[in-house]
Design a protein around this ligand. Structure first.
Ligand code: ADP
Length: 358
């Protein structure tokens, strides 16, 4: 019969909207009217890797040869700033998205916030799903279908010679998920269906970007990361050795440990000589270490050893990944393992597409 399936899963977050597009290998099974719309949308999406000024298709993440609902196809991953939603809505109108019988599956806060606008302006129904449920569904699916999805850093204590290695995540339970988006959510996952949100913090990726823009006048996340990669946070932070002159032996604190983030900035001279790069680096290190520290406490309370970090904060951000790998290992005396996933910020959108199919 007629193939009724959603081709999109959309996760409308506080900063970025993530769109997962499922491209069926052939369109023959769709009815004629649907097929026309699908092919228009398809040509536009696949014919480009950038949409407008800010939309991007992450070609390196696409997954071919995927069987969904008994049909073969390819999965594409697209993102754009949520602030540009009106441009997406215009596009949906222009390409007649509402000609698709099934509407669009959406998750994230924006699924609620934009529901009415979608209905009113493009007559498109958003099928809404819970974002954390989608996140876990997405992780499960993508991990099972992409052999090199999960990885960790070898030698986490020696960031100079640590390298990415694949991790076998096939018997993953129990594990902790630390989703670092604009804000942070931490989930304890004991089985496919047994999970809870155990903690979170408002000091997340959005805080990093917001503070970094304030402190350095940078404009984008990429620029913030680029600056940070050239900076030295020890010009900004106060370390244990800046206070003790060396290690604080009695409690095993090394001189290199940060005692007070941004602690040098109380001095006017130090403020004057602070470079943008150093400020960006200190902001990144401060936010990352805070998240790592909360994650570690959650892992301890939950008695869980594997901590999976996801969310777009980790995009093009190996500095934070290595810091988290170091922090998990060092502060737990090697009992905690930091894990990372290639599709970083796309699990919610992926899970959202799958939710509808069930
Ligand atoms: P949300 O669902 O809250 O939007 P994401 O998982 O998409 O969360 O992560 C958003 C965070 O990712 C931002 O706060 C920022 O730190 C980081 N980030 C990575 N790439 C970008 C980008 N191109 N634009 C803005 N923020 C980005």
């Amino acid at each position: 019969g007629q193939l009724k399936m959603p081709l999109f899963g959309m996760d409308i977050g506080g900063t970025l909207t993530k769109l997962v597009y499922y491209e069926p290998t052939n369109f023959d099974e769709f009815d004629l009217k649907e097929r026309e719309t699908l092919q228009t949308i398809h040509k536009y999406l696949i014919g480009n890797t950038a949409y407008g000024k800010t939309g991007i298709r992450d070609v390196h993440l696409e997954m071919g040869n995927q069987t969904i609902c008994g049909r073969n196809g390819k999965i594409h991953f697209i993102r754009f700033p949520t602030a540009q939603m009106s441009a997406f809505i215009d596009l949906a109108r222009g390409k007649n998205f509402s000609g698709l019988a099934s509407g669009i599956c959406a998750t994230g806060g924006g699924a609620y916030m934009f529901e009415e606008i979608f209905k009113k302006t493009v007559n498109l129904t958003l099928h809404k799903y819970d974002e954390l449920e989608c996140l876990l569904k997405g992780i499960h699916y993508i991990d099972r279908h992409n052999p090199s999805e999960c990885y960790y850093f070898s030698n986490p204590r020696d960031t100079g010679c640590s390298e990415k290695l694949p991790f076998d995540f096939h018997n993953p339970y129990p594990y902790l998920v630390v989703n670092i988006g604009s804000g942070v959510s931490i989930l304890s996952v004991r089985s496919k269906t047994d999970y809870s949100r155990v903690s979170g913090t408002s000091l997340g990726g959005g805080t990093f970007l917001g503070l970094c823009c304030l402190l350095t006048n940078c404009e984008t996340f990429e620029e913030a990361i680029e600056l940070a990669s050239k900076g030295d946070s020890t010009n900004i932070d106060k370390l244990v050795k800046d206070i003790y002159g060396g290690d604080y032996d009695k409690f095993g604190l090394k001189g290199e440990t940060v005692a007070c983030s941004f602690g040098q900035m109380m001095s006017q001279d130090k403020r004057k000589s602070a470079k943008r790069e150093d400020l960006a680096r200190a902001t990144l290190v401060t936010l990352t270490n805070n998240i790592g520290s909360i994650a570690r406490m959650c892992a301890k309370t939950e008695k869980i050893e594997r901590v999976v970090f996801v969310g777009n904060f980790l995009r093009v951000n190996e500095i934070s990944m290595k810091l988290l790998a170091y922090a998990m290992d060092y502060w737990s005396n090697g009992s905690l393992k930091a894990l990372f996933l290639q599709h970083e910020g796309y699990f919610g959108a992926m899970g959202c597409l799958l939710e509808y199919l069930q």
